[in-house]
Design a protein around this ligand. Structure first.
Ligand code: C2O
Ligand code: CU
Ligand code: CU
Length: 493
C-alpha cells in the first residue's frame, strides 16, 4: 500500500555570504534551487501537514525565525488526483490559530479552510477533499482573519497540484523536480541580522507589504539545473502584495500553457508574464540549444491612482531596486545529464477545460474600497487601516451575499485608488473583460484571481454549497488589504 511518498529535491545551500541590510538591493548567492518534497495525497490515511515554527537560513551565516508545514519553511508540494478523495490531516503546533485553505479547490465551504474554520493551537483536523476539477497548479495557505499576511509571509504556504489521468501528460514535461519545476516566488525583507521583517501598519498596509529580495522556494537568487529540452515551470506568486512582470534576461520567448485553474486550449506564446499575488502560470521554456538564461522581473512600482498624495507614485522607499529596476529571480543552467523527456512543443493541449457557464441570470457589483470613513486616516497615521468592499469592512458575523447553487452570474468588480487582485473561493471563473476591454479566454484560461486595475467582469458559478457557518470568501489577495477588511463572505445554497 502506498503511504506518503516523498521525493526529496535538492537542498538549498548558499555560496557567497553577504550581509544584507534593508538598503542593499541584491544578494549574490547562487545556491541550488530547493524543491519542496512531493507528497502524493490519496485516500489512504497517513498524510499530515503540521504547522510548525522553525529557523531557515535565507542569507548565509544567518538564521530567520519562520513557519512551515511539516518542514522549517513553506510546505511540501501536494499532488492530488482528479476523481479521487484526498485525505489529509492538518495539525497546529503553533501557539496561535491557523487555518488550512485550499486556494482554488472546488470544495464545499465547510472544507474550504476559510477564516471561520480556525484550527486552535494543539488541535488536529482531518480533511477529506473530493477532487473534481481541471488538472492544474493550485496552492494552500493559512487564512485566519487579520493574521493571513504575516503567517503566509513567514511560510505557511505551499503548492498543490491536481493531476488528471484522462489528460494525456505525455506531451508535456511532467517529471517533478526534473523538467516540471515548481517556483514559489515571494519577496522578502530582512533585518540586519538576517531575520524576516514584516509590518502591516499604516502606509505599509495601504500599499501592501513589499520586500526587496526575491525568494524562490525559500532561497534567494537560486540556480535551477534543467535538461536540454522543454522545461515546464509552474510559477506561483505567493507574495503578499508584489506584482511581477517576468521575462528572461535574453528575451527569449516561451509559451504559457496554464493559468490559475487549468490548461489553455493551446500554448500561448509570450515574452513577458504579468503575475499578480496568488495567480499561477505554467510556462514551457525551450532549453534545447543549451544556453543559460535568468528569469527576471520588472520591479513594478505600487501605483496609486487619483488624488491621494498628489496623485503620484508611491513606490517603496528603500526598495526601488537596482538602477535598471530589474529583480533577479532565478538563474537557469542546462545540465546535459538530466533526461529531457519532451523536445517538441505540442500544438494543442489535450484535456484542457472547456468553459460551460451557460447564460448568466444576474449581475452583482463589488466596489473595492480603500477609503472607509476615518479608517483610511487611521492608516495614514500609522495604525491598521480600515478597508472594505461595497462600503463594509469584513465582519465574520455578517453574510454579505447569498448565492444560488448552479446559477451563473456576472460579477463586476471595480478598484479604488490602486489595482487589486480579486480572488473568489470555491470555484474557478472566466474573465470577460478588464478595463472595458474583452479578454481572450485562450490567453487566460480559467481563473480564481483577476487583476482589477479599474474594472473587471467575470462569469462565475458555484457548484458546491457553503452555509453561513462556513461561508466562502471573496477578497483582495494583497494580504494586508485582506487583513484590513477588504474581504466579504457569502453562502451558496
Ligand atoms: Cu488564497 Cu482567501 O485565499
Ligand atoms: Cu482562496
Ligand atoms: Cu487590494
Amino acid at each position: 500500500m502506498k503511504r506518503r511518498r516523498f521525493l526529496i529535491g535538492t537542498i538549498s545551500a548558499f555560496a557567497a555570504p553577504a550581509v544584507v541590510g534593508r538598503a542593499q538591493v541584491r544578494t549574490l548567492s547562487s545556491g541550488k534551487l530547493p524543491i519542496p518534497p512531493l507528497m502524493e495525497v490519496g485516500e489512504e490515511a497517513g498524510n499530515q501537514l503540521a504547522a510548525i515554527e522553525g529557523s531557515h537560513s535565507f542569507i548565509a551565516g544567518t538564521e530567520a525565525r519562520v513557519l512551515g508545514w511539516s518542514q522549517d519553511h513553506l510546505g511540501p508540494t501536494l499532488r492530488l488526483r482528479r476523481g479521487q478523495t484526498a485525505r489529509l490531516t492538518v495539525e497546529n503546533r503553533l501557539n496561535e490559530p491557523i487555518t488550512a485553505h485550499w486556494h482554488g479547490l472546488h470544495v464545499p465551504g465547510r472544507k474550504d479552510g476559510g477564516p471561520l474554520s480556525l484550527i486552535a493551537p494543539g488541535r488536529e483536523v482531518e480533511n477529506l477533499l473530493d477532487i473534481d476539477q481541471p488538472a492544474g497548479t493550485y496552492w494552500y495557505h493559512s487564512h485566519p482573519h487579520g493574521r493571513t499576511g504575516e503567517q503566509v509571509y513567514r511560510g505557511l504556504a505551499g503548492m498543490l497540484l491536481i493531476d488528471d489521468d484522462n489528460v494525456s501528460a505525455g506531451d508535456l514535461p511532467h517529471n517533478y523536480c526534473v523538467d516540471d519545476i515548481p517556483l514559489i516566488v515571494q519577496d522578502r525583507a530582512f533585518s540586519g541580522s538576517g531575520g524576516l521583517q514584516y509590518d502591516d501598519d499604516g502606509m505599509t498596509a495601504m500599499q501592501g507589504f513589499r520586500g526587496d529580495q526575491i525568494a524562490v522556494n525559500g532561497a534567494l537568487n537560486p540556480v535551477a539545473k534543467v535538461p536540454k529540452g522543454l522545461v515546464r515551470f509552474r510559477i506561483l506568486n505567493a507574495s503578499n502584495s508584489r506584482v511581477y512582470v517576468f521575462r528572461f534576461d535574453d528575451d527569449r520567448s516561451f509559451h504559457q500553457i496554464a493559468g490559475d485553474a487549468g490548461l489553455f486550449p493551446a500554448p500561448a506564446p509570450r515574452n513577458k508574464l504579468h503575475l499578480a499575488p496568488a495567480e499561477r502560470a505554467e510556462i514551457l521554456v525551450d532549453f534545447s540549444n543549451g544556453s543559460i538564461a535568468s528569469l527576471v522581473s520588472e520591479n513594478v512600482p505600487v501605483q496609486m491612482m487619483g488624488g491621494m498624495m498628489g496623485g503620484g507614485m508611491m513606490g517603496g522607499s528603500s526598495e526601488t531596486a537596482s538602477a535598471e529596476g530589474i529583480l533577479q529571480v532565478l538563474r537557469v543552467e542546462v545540465d546535459d545529464s538530466l533526461p529531457a523527456a519532451v523536445a517538441k512543443l505540442p500544438q494543442t493541449l489535450g484535456g484542457a477545460p472547456i468553459p460551460d457557464f451557460g447564460e448568466p441570470v444576474r449581475r452583482r457589483k463589488f466596489q473595492l474600497n480603500m477609503m472607509m470613513g476615518m479608517g483610511m486616516m487611521r492608516g495614514m497615521f500609522g495604525g491598521r487601516p480600515n478597508l472594505g468592499i461595497n462600503g463594509e469592512s469584513y465582519d465574520m458575523d455578517r453574510i454579505d451575499q447569498e448565492l444560488r447553487l448552479g446559477e451563473t452570474e456576472i460579477w463586476e468588480i471595480s478598484a479604488d485608488m490602486m489595482a487589486h487582485p480579486f480572488h473568489v473561493h470555491g470555484t474557478s471563473f472566466q474573465v470577460l473583460s478588464q478595463n472595458g476591454q474583452p479578454v481572450d479566454y485562450a490567453k487566460t484560461g480559467l481563473k480564481d484571481v483577476v487583476w482589477v486595475e479599474n474594472t473587471a467582469e467575470i462569469l462565475i458559478r458555484f457548484d458546491r454549497p457553503a452555509t453561513k457557518e462556513t461561508p466562502y470568501m471573496y477578497h483582495c489577495h494583497i494580504l494586508e488589504h485582506e487583513d484590513s477588511g477588504m474581504m466579504g463572505q457569502f453562502t451558496v445554497g
